[in-house]
Design a protein around this ligand. Sequence first.
Ligand SMILES: N[C@@H](CCC(=O)N[C@@H](CS)C(=O)NCC(=O)O)C(=O)O
Length: 204
Amino acid sequence: MLTLHRHALSGHSHRVQLFLSLTGLAHEIVEVDLPNGAHEQSDFLQKSLFGQVPVLEDGDVTIADSNAILVYLARRYANPEWCPVEPETAAQVQRWLSVAAGELKQGPADARLVTVLGAKLDHARAKAIAQELFGVLDGYLGGRSWLAADRPTIADVACYTYTAHAPEGEVSLTPYPNIRDWLRRLESLDGFVAMQPTAVGYAA
Ligand SMILES: N[C@@H](CCC(=O)N[C@@H](CS)C(=O)NCC(=O)O)C(=O)O
């Protein structure tokens, strides 16, 4: 049985839950009590070096980091098209995993951390990074349906949650119609599961 250790408001956790659901992989969910520091306890640190959710346990295998978990699940259990091995497409997937860990984290994810969880981060800077990212992304998605291939891959899954929930961090998606179309395409896939909203949705 696959076990996902997560927090319900963590977009990094949600991207894994989303992929488990899209691929129909049976799993159980264990809630990690971040507000009370469960992630800083030694038993959890043995699973997650940096004390972060999500963590996936698969028998004797323990993987931390959302993007690493997506790669693991796709390679081990899913249709190979979720994580292509053809070099050029694989590079495109990796490019967007890097965006998910880079600009998407520093922009919309951090902006939401400020508004939803009261994180002491520079909200104005995070919003500016988000707007720059979304401007580029909207142009890129103007001529294509998915980020890395002609079908959905783990790149789309990795970039979905913090984009869809950007309005919770006061980053509007109204100026980005191609992004909103892409979000809707992903939401129409069999097995899509939403992360619980905390404030406003993106549909405008
Ligand atoms: N690179 C990690 C980042 C995960 C991350 O930032 N998790 C947050 C919740 S969204 C967390 O556990 N924060 C607790 C902490 O860092 O103390 C991933 O992709 O999984």
